[in-house]
Every structure is written in structure tokens, then in C-alpha cells.
Write a new protein. Structure first.
Ligand code: SAM
Length: 202
């Protein structure tokens, strides 16, 4: 079992309670920025307990949504939350995704600080997107001094933690991979947390 899977096996039960405001506010920010159409294929990479998927389904039940996550425990909670809806949930490592489908939308919220090979992940997203497909990335932002300091603490306190980035660092990797940046900004989902949101298209 990978360290990130072990980490979420421990905290899955309390995840929705502890991170309630953060989950809601970051994912509502994602929804605000998505262009949704009937029949769109949507991938939530690192879907966790399924908050975003449920909200997307409420916005448009004619979307075809797939959620992937490495944590069985997080997926079990997502399964309960999404019971009765036609949504595919797969236990997979998003850094090593082999899917035959291509997507109109890929979202990854709150996962980049666990990714080991960010260039590989961005490349993977590009290969999985249809032409004009939308990619939305949200994660903790290194644009804030406090977070640059906390990064050192997280590295040693959160076992699977790998790295946080500034918005420009991610945008630079996206453009080098062939993405066009549509929108990018830092925002405050809660009083403490600082995130970036980047929307890009292929
Ligand atoms: C902070 S949670 C975010 C979950 C969800 N996106 C949300 O907004 O609530 C991070 C999630 O990413 C998943 N994750 C981390 N690394 C992963 C990987 N390599 N492949 C798939 N899922 C991963 C974890 O299991 C966890 O469920």
C-alpha cells in the first residue's frame, strides 16, 4: 500500500467532518468555472469522498462522470454518497492512469501536493482530454509566505506530502505541455487556507 493510501485509510472516516468548509468552498469554486454540457465525459482525478461528483450530478445528471482515487476507504464513502446514481468510481493511481475513455473535463482538487511527478501528471491529463477539453487544477498555493514556511513542516508532518507550487510554476508546466491557460487566480476557501485555481484547455 502506498503511503498516501495509508494516510487516507486513517483519516477517511473523519475527512468530511474535519475538512467540511474547505471541501465545499474549493469545489464550488471549481463548479463556477466549468462549462458543462449534456453528455460531457468528466473525470474527477483524486475524487476523495465524492463531494464534487455529487454536486456535478446535481448541476447536470446527463454528465458521464468517472471518479478515480487511490484510497479504498475514501471511495467507499463516495459510493455511499453517490448511491443510486450512474457514476463510475475506480480505485486507481492518477499518476498511472490507463483509461480508454477521453474526457471533456478533468478536475483535480487538493491532490497536487501528493503528486510525485507533476510533469508526468500534466502530460497524462493532456493525453486523456479531448480537443478543447477543460482541465481545472486546485491546490494549496505557494504564493503565500506562510505556506512557503508551512511547506517545510508539512514535508515532515504529512508523510505522503511531496510539494506545493506557485500558480506560475503550474501554469509554466501547463503551457510547456501545450495547454492554453484560460483563467488563473489565488483564492481563500477558508480563513486559513490559500489555494490557486487554474483553468486550461488543450
Ligand atoms: C485532499 S483529498 C481531496 C479529495 C477531493 N478531491 C475533495 O475535493 O474533497 C486528496 C485525495 O487524493 C487522493 N490521492 C492522492 N494521491 C493520489 C493518486 N496518486 N491517485 C489517486 N488518488 C490520489 C487521496 O486518496 C485523497 O482522496
Amino acid at each position: 500500500m502506498k503511503t498516501v493510501e495509508k494516510h487516507y485509510a486513517k483519516i477517511a472516516r473523519l475527512y468530511d467532518v474535519i475538512w467540511k468548509g474547505y471541501i465545499k468552498n474549493t469545489n464550488e469554486e471549481v463548479i463556477k468555472n466549468l462549462e458543462l454540457k449534456d453528455g460531457f465525459e468528466v473525470l474527477d482525478a483524486g475524487c476523495g469522498t465524492g463531494y464534487l461528483i455529487k454536486r456535478l450530478w446535481e448541476e447536470n445528471p446527463r454528465l458521464n462522470i468517472i471518479g478515480v482515487d487511490i484510497s479504498e476507504k475514501m471511495l467507499n464513502i463516495a459510493k455511499k454518497r453517490l448511491k443510486g446514481r450512474k457514476i463510475k468510481l475506480l480505485k486507481k493511481d492518477m499518476e498511472d492512469l490507463n483509461l480508454s475513455d477521453k474526457f471533456d473535463i478533468i478536475v483535480s482538487n487538493g491532490n497536487i501536493h501528493y503528486i510525485k511527478n507533476i510533469e508526468g501528471f500534466i502530460q497524462k491529463c493532456k493525453s486523456l482530454l479531448k480537443e478543447n477539453g477543460q482541465l481545472i487544477l486546485v491546490d494549496w498555493s505557494k504564493d503565500y509566505l506562510l505556506f512557503r514556511v508551512l511547506k517545510v513542516y508539512w514535508k515532515f508532518r504529512i508523510k505522503p506530502f511531496t510539494q506545493i507550487y506557485t500558480m506560475e510554476e503550474i501554469k509554466d508546466r501547463l503551457t510547456k505541455t501545450g495547454f492554453k491557460i484560460e483563467k488563473s487566480y489565488n483564492f481563500k476557501p477558508t480563513r486559513f487556507w490559500r489555494c490557486y485555481l487554474i483553468k486550461a484547455k488543450v
